[in-house]
Design a protein around this ligand. Structure first.
Ligand SMILES: [Fe+2]
Length: 212
């Protein structure tokens, strides 16, 4: 695979792929850089950091039936230096600009590692906060599912055309390890259904704000 010039390293993306990602983002508000989206060393480092943060510094995020909060049940952890370095790199800014045509900077308060690692873990329908997460870059780090059944609904992100699930479905993205999703999540409702038995997923949820 011919990898795009070093300017975008460690993202593994060719010029023609960038054009497809841009077209997809314009058309449906979501662009998927398929696996392996990051060079293996970078992906492994993020996986290790996420696992470390899960065991040392994670917290449970649980909310249900509270109209002021997003309904969800999952684990979160702050980013470590490897994730921060990647999100704040010029490669990330260039990559996001090429796909979204928006100048973006990381929003640290809204970015985190997210873990769906027990059956029933989920993320309810929501739109991201416009000021804190104008654009999201989701890096799926590791995922497991039943070999017999294949990835169930919990291993998929459902993205809608508008600001609620009453609008048509724009995309369904399976969360394969080392896959990246760039999402206009402030304008497009999205949801991750509950994990089934034997399913697990952890990811880097990067949020970006407009550069003013
Ligand atoms: Fe979101």
């Amino acid at each position: 695979m011919k990898v795009m010039e070093d300017r975008l390293s460690p993202f593994r993306v060719e010029q023609t792929t960038l054009a497809h990602l841009r077209a997809s983002f314009v058309r449906r508000g979501v662009a998927v850089l398929t696996e392996p989206a990051l060079k293996p060393a970078c992906w492994r480092e993020l996986c290790e950091e996420a696992r470390r943060q899960r065991s040392e510094a994670a917290w449970h995020l649980f909310a249900q039936k509270n109209p002021t909060e997003i309904s969800q049940d999952n684990m979160r952890a702050f980013l470590g230096p490897a994730a921060r370095k990647l999100l704040s790199s010029s490669s990330t800014q260039s990559f996001l600009y090429a796909v979204t045509n928006i100048s973006l900077a990381p929003s640290w308060s809204a970015s985190c590692f997210t873990y769906y690692d027990v059956p029933g873990s989920y993320m309810g329908e929501h739109c991201d906060k416009y000021n804190e997460c104008r654009i999201a870059m989701l890096i799926y780090l590791d995922a497991q599912w039943s070999e017999k059944r294949g990835p169930g609904p919990g291993i998929k992100l459902y993205v809608f055309e508008g600001d609620s699930s009453r609008t048509p479905l724009a995309a369904t993205v399976t969360s394969y390890p080392n896959r990246i999703v760039i999402l206009d999540g402030a304008n497009r409702a999205h949801v991750r259904p509950p994990m089934a038995e034997g399913e697990r997923l952890f990811m880097l949820a990067g949020c970006f704000r407009l550069v003013t």
